[in-house]
Design a binder for this molecule. Structure first.
Ligand SMILES: C[S@@+](CC[C@H](N)C(=O)[O-])C[C@H]1O[C@@H](n2cnc3c(N)ncnc32)[C@H](O)[C@@H]1O
Length: 231
């Protein structure tokens, strides 16, 4: 196979998460991390009543399900059809109205323009997925374009620490990760500002949590949150 015929990062992510979907929620670290992301969002944006929210790279809906009760509606967007199916199965099993919570399988592309028929959001969140994206500048512009004026973009991800954070994505996951070891928060602040569509950009450490990396050896990892408001 020629190098230019190799599947790109988005395709590799799709394949990986399509295969992971049915067992995704069985990993305690992933569930704990998603819960902490949802808690951090709820702490950050105090009153979400009436909010129309997009959960970008929503996975199986671990973050959406914790936000759902606090908002008017939440739309999950993910590039993996099987993750979307798990998300929607959860919505159905919990008897939640589809108008309130639903996921769609969609690959957002800047070249496609508006892919959501004019739909705009008060809040767009993206938890633990930016490190999977090859072009974070483009994706941040896309996400900002789907915000209502005054709406907020919140991204949560692994905080880069040269000592330990590269250990987080151990194993054979290198082929689906573009930003191994996460990001320096200031790096993402710059990406937000470079869109020219976001202001009041700030970041903070959102939480830390332990993960067993080597047998019987836990490391602490920090997750940061960056937020910005649509101009
Ligand atoms: C580590 S999971 C996080 C899922 C969820 N946000 C959570 O916190 O539980 C990463 C997710 O990013 C999605 N993903 C990766 N690349 C993507 C892309 N280009 N567009 C949309 N989703 C993507 C994967 O399908 C997967 O569901």
């Amino acid at each position: 196979m020629e190098a230019n015929e190799l599947p790109n990062l988005t395709e590799r992510n799709k394949e990986f998460f399509n295969n992971e979907s049915s067992t995704y929620d069985a990993h305690p670290t992933r569930v704990l991390c998603a819960k902490k992301c949802a808690e951090a969002i709820l702490k950050e944006v105090k009153d979400l009543e009436g909010y129309e929210v997009m959960d970008f790279a929503c996975g199986t809906g671990l973050v959406s399900q914790d936000l759902c009760a606090h908002v008017k509606s939440i739309l999950g967007v993910d590039s993996s059809q099987n993750m979307v199916n798990e998300y929607n199965k959860k919505v159905w099993q919990q008897g939640i109205d589809k108008e309130e919570m639903q996921a769609i399988c969609l690959e957002l592309k800047e070249s496609e323009g508006d892919q959501l028929n004019g739909r705009k959001f008060d809040l767009i969140v993206c938890a633990s997925a930016y490190h999977h994206l090859d072009d974070i500048n483009s994706m941040t512009r896309i996400l900002a374009s789907y915000l209502k004026q005054g709406g907020e973009l919140i991204v949560l991800d692994l905080k880069k620490d040269p000592e330990v954070s590269h250990k987080f994505h151990r194993g054979n996951k290198d082929h689906i990760i573009s930003h191994k070891g996460g990001f320096y928060p200031e790096e993402l602040e710059k990406v937000f500002l470079a869109t020219g569509m976001l202001e009041n950009v700030s970041s903070k450490v959102a939480f830390s949590f332990p993960k067993e990396i080597e047998k019987d050896k836990e490391y602490m990892f920090e997750w940061f949150l960056v937020r910005g408001k649509k101009i």
